[in-house]
Design a protein around this ligand. Structure first.
Ligand SMILES: NC(=O)c1ccc[n+]([C@@H]2O[C@H](COP(=O)([O-])OP(=O)(O)OC[C@H]3O[C@@H](n4cnc5c(N)ncnc54)[C@H](O)[C@@H]3O)[C@@H](O)[C@H]2O)c1
Length: 343
């Protein structure tokens, strides 16, 4: 078995999911970590038994014998760090979103192509058992013609969440509720329904002191002719209520809900399929909205690096939801319908 050694940049909130997941993967190890806040890198190294820690990630890339780098820094930093890693001939795993503008996302894809390294964008919700079962039903054609899709993210984020770090709620490093909190939902809706033709959106900042939106609604027309709606808010009183996706077609209606697309709330098809027996076991109850998916996601990364699988979400796949979100932002700004692909 080929051993895979990782380094991780950005030892903040989401990094724990990566450290814990890699501990469970045979032959995989995080051997170095970096954070500009020295204590965070020191604490992570201690907790997860990591050989080296750094404050300067470039120094880490140049000093360690690693195969791949996991980027868990503020979103606007992902492309530049990924490009540096690619130039060092390292595979790149970037947390979502891969970037917050298309030019830098494209530069990252290009750098990984040119240096012949793989690029992975973490979209772990695709691996929720409920979502996998729904995707399988779509791929088997059980819905017949797809008519409509809805994504609803009704979560609560206090001002103290945005105040945790300076990058949160900024246009330069984060984006708003669409770009950050709902990015998995935009990924799922386009993954299920296919390419997007055009969008319209409204966004608003009603309940927080941040630059970006804390809520927004959007309408999507898919190239197939199907329609989609999205409702995203971080202003739900008093706590997270729902993170759901509903797909409706000629011969089927499915709603995957719970607080983070983890429960099958409705599953109804015209024709029976043995998969119908799996709906109870596909329900999960994660303690956090991040879910259980990082484990499976990183297992896939390791398998791809070993040449045993293809990527669950590569750079080009991760770019699609980014383009959709940016189109919605453009529509909200211009007050007009926006067609894809974006120029
Ligand atoms: N997949 C998911 O469901 C999921 C969930 C949460 C966050 N995320 C993504 O993960 C990323 C990080 O989010 P977070 O909540 O962990 O943020 P965070 O602020 O808790 O952590 C970011 C860390 O990066 C460090 N950092 C900043 N600049 C750095 C630099 N130049 N070099 C090294 N370290 C640097 C910060 O000091 C901080 O410790 C974001 O892009 C976010 O969208 C994904």
């Amino acid at each position: 078995m080929i051993n895979v050694n990782f380094a991780l940049i950005g030892c903040g909130r989401i990094s724990a999911k990566h450290f814990e997941a890699i501990e469970q993967i045979e032959g995989a190890k995080v051997i170095a970590c970096a954070d500009t806040i020295p204590q965070r890198a020191i604490d992570s190294a201690k907790k997860y038994n990591i050989k080296s820690h750094y404050t300067d990630y470039k120094k880490m890339l140049n000093s360690e014998k690693i195969d791949a780098v996991i980027i868990c820094t503020p979103s606007g930093m992902h492309p530049q760090m990924g490009i540096e890693a690619a130039k060092s001939k390292l595979h790149v795993i970037t947390e979502k979103p891969m970037a917050i503008d298309l030019n830098s996302a494209d530069a990252l894809v290009k750098a990984c192509d040119e240096n012949q390294v793989k690029l992975f964008v973490v979209k772990q919700n695709r691996l929720n058992p409920s979502i996998q079962l729904l995707k399988k039903a779509i791929d088997k054609g059980r819905f017949g013609r797809l008519f409509s899709a809805n994504a609803t993210v009704r979560w609560a984020r206090p001002q103290s969440y945005y105040d945790l770090a300076k990058w949160r709620g900024t246009w330069e490093f984060d984006g708003g509720a669409f770009m950050n909190q709902a990015s998995h939902y935009f990924d799922l809706i386009q993954w299920m329904m296919g390419p997007v033709d055009a969008v319209m959106a409204f966004t608003a900042t009603l309940n927080h002191s941040i630059e970006t939106e804390d809520m927004g609604t959007g309408i999507i027309r898919f190239r197939s002719g199907a329609l989609g709606t999205v409702e995203v808010t971080m202003n739900t009183f008093p706590k997270n209520l729902e993170g759901s996706i509903t797909i409706m077609g000629e011969n089927g209606t499915v709603k995957i809900g719970g607080i983070a697309v983890n429960q099958i709330e409705h599953w109804d098809f015209k024709d029976y399929d043995d998969d119908d027996k799996l709906i109870e076991t596909a329900k999960t109850d994660p303690k956090s909205i991040y879910g259980f998916g990082h484990q499976g996601y990183l297992q896939n990364v390791v398998d791809v690096i070993r040449g045993e699988d293809t990527a669950n979400t590569d750079g080009r796949s991760g770019r699609k939801s980014l383009e959709l979100i940016l189109a919605l932002y453009r529509s909200a700004k211009l007050g007009k319908k926006v067609a894809l692909p974006l120029k």
